[in-house]
Design a protein around this ligand. Structure first.
Ligand code: ADP
Length: 450
């Protein structure tokens, strides 16, 4: 016990002083003798301090120099602390080894990055998937070794909520899905998965749907052509055939629409390569769409415009118009006469939004997450009745995706819905500064007309 060490030490001091005073009394110098005793005691303590410092430089808990008194207590305390620390370290080391061996066994590549995105650790799969090398690549920035521009941008953007899908640099056949997870202080764990097989299956499905749709196009055109001819020629169409022919014409038109929608979806999913980039005047586009909506349903809901942004959008004008038009037509179908539809163009701190808002029947919350799935309808019968294919919102979502934008849906049953097309800042185009290639087109036009 520490108190006992102190008591022993105090007794020892008292004994030394007493003994030296007694010896001093014998020789007639008690004070000087006590002083000599104290000096020797102090020197002994200095020697003990030196031994302690020496021992602390290389503490060996099995070889403690002093066992009794206050020094013994001190050594015992230090030894206990060192033993506990050693035990903690051993436990941590075991944990780390277990973590490293389980991470090493993962089929996904795992790379730990330091504050400067330098490699600190990686597992075996990182060597195979990313072409990195154990140990020799440690300390080097990962972007210099895994050279994909998309990965560099992903790290620079520091927005790690999203997953990055990319082709492995130098290996065109390999598709990777990459996610960075921040941890600790400015540290990152980069996890990369090989999704080549999933890509292949997705491409097969996409190609299959596109091929089937493409093959159906010609027979449908032939059928609808004959039906139209028969309907137009009164002699070829006896009265009992008129109704079945009208039904055939309706269903053929519906199938043609589905085929066209599926082909457009396949194009968008395949990452539309012929995307045009123009500075689209959104205010003007919404004004035209509002006019068309009023013509489409003259007795329907009131359609109004709200323009709170001066920006243009860097977008493909045809696709953008088709997406917003889809939303406006849906709003008309789901809003009764007397209701209101507002087309709103507005800026937010880091985005610009086209909002199509209606005061119609609204959508129950359980349907909202599924609305952009192909062929998902809240009321299939009603949708079919008015010629809906159930592909409209899937197309809107994909059109926005190829523009780096996203669709958000908010709705309250009985009160109305909001379909928000959110375009990030980088999609904005300054009306005063035409996009670079547009300026070229205009220059060429000016030259050819001058
Ligand atoms: P559809 O061809 O059926 O219109 P969409 O993909 O365009 O297919 O829409 C999917 C479903 O979403 C619709 O069937 C409808 O139930 C619902 N929906 C879309 N827009 C609205 C809206 N403005 N108000 C209420 N429901 C809507």
């Amino acid at each position: 016990m520490p108190a006992k060490g102190w008591v022993d030490e105090a007794w020892r001091l008292a004994f030394i002083i007493g003994a030296w005073v007694l010896v001093g009394l014998v020789f007639g110098y008690p004070l000087e003798s006590a002083l000599l005793g104290l000096t020797m005691y102090a020197m002994r303590q200095l020697y003990n301090i030196r031994r302690l410092v020496h021992w602390l430089n290389d503490p060996n808990t099995d070889q403690i120099p002093i066992h009794g008194g206050v020094w013994g207590d001190l050594y015992a305390r230090f030894s206990r602390n060192f033993a506990q620390q050693e035990q903690r370290e051993r436990r941590l080391r075991t944990l780390l080894e277990q973590f490293q061996s389980s991470a090493a066994a993962l089929p996904d590549a795992v790379v730990a990055l330091g504050p400067y995105d330098e490699i600190r650790w990686m597992n075996q799969a990182a060597e195979d998937l990313l072409g990195l090398r154990h140990h020799s690549d440690y300390g080097r920035p990962m972007v210099n070794l895994f050279r994909a521009p998309a990965f560099r941008q992903y790290l620079e953007a520091r927005n790690f909520d999203q997953t990055l899908e990319l082709t492995a640099p130098g290996r065109d056949q390999r598709q990777l899905s990459l996610r960075a997870v921040p941890y600790g202080q400015q540290l990152l764990l980069v996890i990369v998965q090989d999704v080549t097989e999933r890509y292949r299956v997705e491409r097969l499905r996409r190609d299959f749907v596109a091929n089937v749709s493409h093959e159906l196009r010609t027979p449908l055109t032939v059928i609808s052509g004959f039906v139209e001819n028969m309907q137009a020629d009164g002699d070829m169409c006896p009265v009992p055939w008129r109704r079945p022919l009208a039904l055939i014409a309706d269903q053929t038109a519906r199938m043609q629409q589905i085929v066209e929608d599926l082909l457009l979806l396949a194009r968008l999913e395949g990452g539309e390569r012929n995307l045009r980039h123009e500075g689209v005047d959104v205010a003007e586009m919404l004004q035209t769409l509002a006019g068309e909506a009023r013509l489409l349903a003259p007795q329907g809901p009131q359609v109004s415009l709200k323009i709170d942004s001066d920006w243009f959008l860097d977008a493909d004008p045809g696709l953008l118009r088709s997406a917003v038009s889809n939303l406006v037509v849906n709003a008309i179908h789901h809003t009764p006469a007397g209701g209101e539809i507002v087309l709103h163009w507005v800026d937010e701190p880091d985005a610009s939004c086209i909002i199509v808002e209606d005061s119609g029947e609204g959508i129950a919350p359980e349907h909202i997450p599924r609305l952009t799935e192909r062929f998902y309808r809240v009321d299939t019968g009603r949708s079919r009745e008015r010629g809906g294919t159930g592909l409209g919102l899937a197309i809107v979502k994909h059109i926005l995706q190829v523009h780096d934008a996203r669709l958000e849906i908010a709705s309250t049953p009985g009160e109305g819905s909001q379909f928000i097309c959110r375009f990030p800042e980088r999609c904005r185009a300054d009306p005063a500064k035409p996009l670079a290639h547009l300026a070229n087109v205009k220059d060429n036009y000016a030259q050819s007309t001058s």
